[in-house]
Design a protein around this ligand. Structure first.
Ligand code: TUI
Length: 320
């Protein structure tokens, strides 16, 4: 097992977080991941508070291990879900798609471990000063809402700027990714796309199949012109979205066109007309397996890779 400041902070066995993906990361996945010794995270998305409450209660009923809730900050009910997280004494709270500064003090006073996603060094620095426990440095390889810096560039720069643990996200789906993140100075990784393709994830089978069929060039980024960049699989929907943006269709119309499309793909399985959010690492995902088996596989692969690294370097130095 790989022990890092992150496993110590969270009381987990493996330095792995499961991304809190909207409509996809429900209690079934979060509980299975936490039971598997990593950190399962419920994706609150922009769902109603009572739906999130039920997710938290079910997670608690199915695991005694720590778990988290993710709140995308553009959710119209972000404030109410924060209050719910405090009321329910959720162990860990992660945020995405914005600056969580207004909430940090209240969450810390409630004893919650706060881990925001950042896409820049400046925000990581600011949030460390405000007292967050760790940050997730997420590269633009990720699926869903993204920043503009790659994981390989962002992670070591955030690591150098802060003293709290840094979690690398974006482009990680196996033991090699975990080892690479540790080499950059990260204390662990967060994976989203890889965890979609697990048995416990409630995403429609078509969504999982689309990721398994995808290669490294299968994604594109929509929403740049409306200030909401989202990486998703190339399909008739995302191509149409892209051409509407290129044609200069008014923002309100573009937003309207995109609304509800993630649920269409994730829940109804319409992977042609829905938005299939997924990262560039999709090409590395080949199977659907139990979450605990995936965590065990990645952990063992990383441990064996770490043990063999000096041999790789030595072997290359040998004369031909
Ligand atoms: O949050 C995400 N990814 C998401 S949230 C989401 S929800 C949704 N989206 C569309 C339709 C339906 C549901 C889907 N994907 N990732 C974390 C993340 N956060 N990536 C980048 C950032 C980020 C960007 C800018 C974090 C902070 C930030 O700061 C800006 C500032 O104000 O300084």
């Amino acid at each position: 097992m790989i022990r890092t400041p992150l496993t110590d902070l969270l009381g987990i066995d493996h330095p792995i977080l499961q991304g809190g993906m909207a409509w996809v990361a429900t209690w079934q996945l979060a509980a299975a991941v936490s039971e598997g010794g990593a950190l399962g995270i419920i994706g609150a998305g922009n769902a109603p508070v009572e739906w999130v409450r039920e997710q938290i209660r079910q997670t608690k009923a199915h695991t005694d291990r720590p778990f988290g809730v993710n709140i995308p900050l553009f959710s119209p009910v972000a404030e109410q879900v924060m209050a719910l997280a405090i009321e329910e004494s959720v162990p860990v709270l992660t945020t995405g798609a914005g600056n969580p500064s207004p909430y940090v003090e209240r969450l810390k006073q409630a004893g919650i471990i706060v881990i925001p996603v950042v896409a820049s060094v400046a925000l990581a620095r600011r949030l460390e000063r405000q007292g967050v426990d760790a940050v997730i440095a997420e590269g633009e390889e990720s699926g869903g809402h993204i920043g503009t810096v790659t994981t390989l560039s962002l992670v070591p720069q955030v690591v150098d700027a802060v003293s709290i643990p840094v979690i690398a996200a974006g482009g990680v789906a196996d033991g090699r990714g975990l080892v690479a993140a540790l080499a950059l100075g990260a204390a662990g990784v967060q994976m989203g796309t890889r965890f979609v393709c697990t048995e416990e994830c409630i995403a429609h089978a078509n969504y999982k199949d689309a990721i398994i069929k995808a290669n490294e060039r299968a994604t594109l980024v929509t929403g740049v012109t409306i200030g909401h960049p989202v990486r998703c699989l190339r399909n008739p929907m995302s191509r149409e979205f892209e051409s509407m943006e290129k044609a200069g269709v008014p923002e309100a119309e573009v937003v309207e066109f995109g609304t509800g499309r993630l649920q269409m793909a994730a829940m109804k399985g319409d992977v042609l007309n829905g938005t299939v959010m997924a990262g560039q690492i999709s090409g590395l995902v080949h199977d659907v397996l139990p979450a605990a088996d995936l965590i065990e596989r990645i952990s063992q692969e990383a441990a064996s890779l770490l043990a063999r690294l000096p041999t790789f370097l030595g072997a290359r130095e040998e004369p031909a």
